[in-house]
Design a binder for this molecule. Structure first.
Ligand SMILES: Nc1ncnc2c1ncn2[C@@H]1O[C@H](COP(=O)(O)OP(=O)(O)OP(=O)(O)O)[C@@H](O)[C@H]1O
Length: 514
């Protein structure tokens, strides 16, 4: 059974005096508020090594290796003996009793004999072990917070070298982070997501490769209603792992991402799991610009819903868009952006509701397709064709003559900045060039409305800027209404005249951009 008295006191008592040895930060000895002198830096380093291995024999050679990792001087062993004997005197001076803490010699090894709980490292470990045995989360949290409060900086901060720290302190730092993760996990189980979300954000910034921290942050953000940020955290981690370590996220992260996308009830805090989650207002918003570019409404969507089996993935969405508008459709993965665009582009039919484009109702699919240009989410391109051939082919599909199709292909390639690459095979195009070609294809039928599903996905920042500028120019110059889906608010701010925010299939907000 855990000795709670030792854990609480965690110090060495003799004749009314209490001494604590600290290694979690600067190496120090304290008698209540009085700091005791353990000698100069190298002497304190020797003490720290012995205290880390309290009540265990530490060979002199080990002390030599830790002190001089590359080339120890010939006098190394002697120097260690001198330091240890001075240390022994310092401890004896500081201590009222020879029996309390002492350095003993056994052959060519030393041992610090001490109550291990008088050394903060060992007290920390004991508290963490105690916390792990606790089933009550609030007790667990207070034990772990107490253990963590003993850290005043990196272990052995003022005495160690980077080489020695990597040998002696790496495990300790891991132990601290694990304790912190366990503590934050328990706090989330207690429903304290609002209180810990900032701490988690800072920790994730400091330790971007600790996936448990990322998972805790995602969960805290989700429970704070910050679904987009929770999913952005996952995306950022996934790309960092792929780019820098060629790794996939652990299943704990990908499972959590999927659970967030499903809005799985298991993610609710236990205390509120049985309560109904506060819903954002279920108003049906109508998108109306305050300073319309034109009064002409080109897209009119009313109460649009899509069910897949028993799941309603788009839920009563209504909005209107005017000629020349660029509307950003923003929302986390699974919010229903693609499904909405697919209904508007007639790829799938709505389960409920209606829409029209330039007055043509969604039920007249053939007529509608002539008015719409589409850049799908995962547009595929035939690598063996040239850009010109590709656009001619699509122009012909829309009934253009060969000559018309050829002229339009040349014009569009010029407009999207591919004029000099039109005769090159698409296989030789960069990702950004393919996206621009995709936009050209979306314009080949001279549409009234263009639907772009994540047009900048996978592009680097200059590529994104290029494509967005192109979209805005197309909308302004040709009076085309553009609906584009994205996860990226800055992207929306840059070019959109308005934004529609979807969450779990519902339109929860609509705003006119400044
Ligand atoms: N054919 C389908 N059958 C069943 N469910 C589907 C189908 N297509 C989409 N869904 C579900 O509908 C929901 C909305 O998906 P949608 O692709 O519209 O989201 P999204 O907002 O575009 O997400 P992302 O940002 O990841 O592209 C998701 O939960 C998805 O799993």
């Amino acid at each position: 059974m855990r000795d709670s008295t030792d854990l609480q006191i965690g110090r060495t008592r003799r004749r009314g005096r209490i001494v604590e040895f600290r290694l979690l930060g600067a190496v120090e000895a304290w008698e209540q508020k009085l700091q005791l002198d353990l000698g100069p830096r190298k002497q304190r380093f020797a003490f720290a090594v012995l205290a880390l291995h309290a009540n265990q024999l530490v060979p002199v050679d080990r002390l030599v290796d830790l002190t001089w990792p590359t080339q120890p001087p010939r006098t190394a062993q002697h120097a260690i003996h001198v330091r240890v004997s001075r240390l022994r005197r310092a401890i004896a001076d500081a201590r009222p009793s020879q029996n309390d803490a002492d350095i003993i010699t056994r052959g060519s090894a030393y041992m610090l004999k001490v109550n291990p709980l008088s050394v903060d490292v060992h007290r920390f470990r004991a508290l963490v072990t105690g916390a792990r045995q606790e089933t009550d989360d609030s007790v667990k949290v207070s034990l772990l917070r107490h253990a963590l409060s003993m850290w005043h900086g990196p272990p052995l901060a003022d005495v160690t070298t980077p080489d020695a720290a990597s040998v002696l302190c790496q495990g300790l730092e891991d132990a601290r982070l694990s304790a912190l993760e366990e503590c934050l996990d328990a706090e989330l189980r207690l429903g304290r997501h609002t209180a810990v979300v900032e701490e988690l954000t800072d920790l994730v910034a400091q330790h971007p490769y600790r996936q448990r921290l990322q998972a805790l942050l995602m969960l805290a953000l989700y429970r704070c209603g910050r679904v987009t940020e929770a999913l952005d955290t996952y995306r950022a981690t996934r790309s960092r792992l792929a780019d820098e370590q060629a790794l996939e996220p652990e299943s704990r992260l990908s499972d959590l991402q999927r659970a967030i996308l499903r809005a799985d009830p298991v993610l609710e805090p236990p205390l509120v799991r049985t309560l109904v989650r506060t819903q954002l207002p279920h108003e049906i918003w109508s998108f109306v610009r305050t300073d319309p570019l034109s009064d002409e409404i080109t897209v009119d969507v009313r109460d649009l819903s899509k069910w897949y089996g028993t799941r309603r993935v788009v839920n009563g969405v209504s909005f209107t868009a005017r000629k020349g508008e660029v509307l950003g459709l923003l929302g986390p993965n699974g919010a229903g952006k693609t499904t909405t665009l697919r209904m508007l582009s007639t790829v799938i039919s709505p389960t409920h509701g209606e829409f029209s484009v330039a007055g043509v109702p969604g039920t007249r699919q053939r007529d509608l397709r002539k008015l719409i240009g589409v850049l799908p989410e995962n547009a595929g391109y035939p690598g063996h064709q040239t850009g010109v051939e590709f656009l001619i082919y699509h122009g012909r599909l829309f009934g253009l003559s060969r000559t018309e199709a050829r002229e339009r292909a040349a014009r569009l390639l010029g407009q999207v900045g591919l004029g000099d690459r039109g005769t090159a095979r698409i296989a030789t195009y960069s990702r950004g060039m393919r996206q621009r070609l995709g936009i050209a294809r979306a314009l080949v039928n001279d549409p009234v409305v263009v639907l772009l599903d994540e047009p900048t996905i996978g592009l680097d920042p200059p590529g994104q800027r290029d494509v967005l500028t192109l979209v805005r120019t197309v909308a302004e110059a040709r009076g085309i209404t553009v609906l584009l889906s994205t996860h990226d608010l800055p992207e929306v701010e840059r070019i959109c005249t308005g934004v529609l925010i979807l969450e779990r299939g519902r339109l929860v907000s609509s705003q006119v951009m400044a």
